[in-house]
Design a protein around this ligand. Structure first.
Ligand code: NAG
Length: 274
């Protein structure tokens, strides 16, 4: 036999259960929303570091595939920060890109120049330089690269192939005489052998573009150094960028791919709609 009191008690308990399950669901929603947001933020951060273009003079806003890129820049065509116009200009002397004159101490040999072209391709086209992009205080670009760990092999071959060439300056970024519209050796400098100006490969790679590169003792394929030269469609530098981005604390260790970003989103929607 039920009394009025126990019915009231049952109602009270029932109401409490309903409220409590509402509160649980609310908390679960918030938790999953938080999780979703953090995974989405992580994925966006990761994309920004591992697959993006610096704010340079000719870089595209974001990397995308190009139907065709010119000669030495071709390996970047599936995902590039350069346009095909830029890739073609990268191969020209005093191109419209920077008006830079390679032949400031006599004509640069072809075997030497091809490395500078490859360096231009990497600089203009690579979407995987994020971990080394810095703000730049320069009139012609807002961002630059600093201390990109260049593969030992790429640096040494570059230096070796330029051994017979001449230059008047250690830092090719600054200090030229631009009064004629193209860079000429400044007064009171003289053309000297490359190896006199740059006694070692490390000296050369680090100084020529004011520390854009850092010499490493890693070899191509080690996944610990950035390759100027690679073949085929698979760009080995993305993995290198990931390694250094984790080391620098720019991204977390576990890769966030689109699937793992979608999982909490799906659960979130399921709980919202339930
Ligand atoms: C690239 O574009 C610039 C600017 O529009 C133009 O002056 C130049 O001739 C183009 N270069 C090539 C190789 O098409």
């Amino acid at each position: 036999m039920r009394t009025g009191r126990s019915r009231a008690h049952e109602q009270h308990v029932g109401l409490w259960r309903v409220r409590n399950s509402h509160r649980h669901r609310e908390m679960l929603r918030l938790l999953i929303l938080g999780l979703t947001l953090s995974v989405v933020v992580m994925a966006v951060d990761e994309e920004e570091v591992l697959n993006s273009c610096m704010d340079g003079k000719h870089h595209k806003a974001r990397p995308s595939s190009e139907g065709a890129l010119y000669r030495q820049c071709a390996p970047w065509k599936s995902n590039a920060c350069c346009t095909s116009n830029t890739s073609e200009e990268a191969h020209l002397d005093q191109s419209y890109l920077y008006g830079f004159n390679w032949d400031h101490c006599g004509i640069l040999t072809e075997q030497c120049k091809r490395h500078f072209i490859q360096d231009t391709c990497l600089y203009e086209c690579s979407p995987h330089l994020g971990p080394w992009v810095q703000k730049a205080d320069e009139s012609w670009r807002k961002e630059r690269i600093l201390d990109v760990p260049i593969c030992k092999t790429d640096c040494e071959e570059w230096w070796t192939d330029c051994k017979e060439d001449f230059t008047c300056k250690e830092n090719w970024h600054k200090g030229w005489d631009w009064s004629s519209g193209i860079n000429k050796c400044p007064e009171n400098t003289e053309c000297r052998k490359f190896t006199d100006v740059f006694p070692s490969p490390a000296d050369f790679c680090e100084k020529v573009w004011s520390n854009s590169y850092k010499y490493t003792s890693y070899d191509r394929g080690s996944k610990r150094c950035v390759q100027l030269w690679f073949e085929g469609n698979r760009n080995p530098n993305k993995e290198v960028a990931r390694f250094y981005a984790v080391q620098k604390g720019l991204i977390s260790e576990s890769p966030v791919d689109k699937r793992t970003a979608l999982l909490p989103l799906t659960v979130f929607l399921a709980v919202m709609l339930s």
